[in-house]
Write a protein that binds this ligand. Sequence first.
Ligand code: FES
Length: 134
Amino acid sequence: MAENESLVRMLKIAGYSEKAIDYYLKKVNVGVIEEVSPESFTGLCGDSMQIFLKVENGVIKDAKFQAIGCAGAFASGSAVTEMVKGKTLEEAEKITEEDVVNALGSLPKPKFHCARLAVDALKKSLEKYRQVRN
Ligand code: FES
């Protein structure tokens, strides 16, 4: 069995959706946007995430993230950075952990806090972008 195939199988058995697996394996939106350096957020599990935004006229045009974390953290980081594109800072603020899990399709229940990490990192980041804007 190829290495990736075995990993995909494990992720499926663990309860990750196809979309979450795809995001995790392709590392969708992993990267940095140089303009502003928002603070990272560290969750109770010890994993951290930093979310970068490109904001034009109050609208999020692009989003990237860096994370030290699990498959759930990477899938959630990808989901949240996809979800904020085209939203205003105020609209992005309303995204919840449940929205992230729903956008992914499914995450293993014990991994819901990874979606929380992405949402909390987003809130931390939005705080910074609001300061820059004012
Ligand atoms: Fe820490 Fe997933 S275990 S974010």
